[in-house]
Design a binder for this molecule. Sequence first.
Ligand SMILES: [Zn+2]
Length: 279
Amino acid sequence: MEMKTTASFSIPDEEMEYYNKYGKEAVEKGNSGEYEVAIKLFDKMLKKFPNSEFALVMKANFYFNLIASKESADLFPQPKNLKEVPKIRKFYVDYKNKLEKCISMLDKALEINSKNQGAIELKDYIMKNPMNEVLILLEKIDGISTQTKNISYGCKLICPYCRNEYTKMFGNKESDTKDDFIEVCPNCSKEFRVLVGKITLWRSRGTGVVSYGSPEYTIRIKNRIGNEQVLIFNSNYNLLHIKQGDEVCFTFKKKILSSQFSEKPFAILNATTNTYSLI
Ligand SMILES: [Zn+2]
């Protein structure tokens, strides 16, 4: 990404003394990668001649090389989780400010000489490449922070064995969340199955006062990506605390003397009403 300027300059007579004193050495230092030293030398020349076309363009060139060498586009960090978003956003904003500083030096040179080929090429390169990239990344990161501001990717669980209550965190991306998974209780280390979704339909039969036996429930739940599944089971309890639209989480124990999980859920944790019902 580093740029070598191909521009040739005619140095005005009055700048010649400063060119010989600082300018020449600045170009040598810059060309050998000592950008910071070069920039300081150009600053000495610019202090005396703020409109030196040569010093402005060459300083911009080496300043750009300095930031590009430190913050190569390949090294643009991506946030690994939501906590990192502000830090990485700041990194991009700082980078954009540095690119703008570079462009303002080039604009100043172009005001003096609109035909300065080195300034035209470098400005064009910055606008089309790193500036364009950083603007896209900023837009993306601002999208992330507004979209996910109110979402926490956790799921409250209660172990069906030891009744340990805890929050399972899925990481910070929505894509990390799971709808149907095997969980290991952090307290008793037993495995249970978890099924998460939204109730789209539920029906019960035999919940009347005069009914006998356990009521049969038919529950349809939909996961995040819209897949639905139906659970049909008998409950030992008369009333499950559920209604259509509730976000729920079923837990399933293992069958006795088997490594398979029972088809009948053990309990429903209703995240919408914050209730826990045994089935
Ligand atoms: Zn447990």
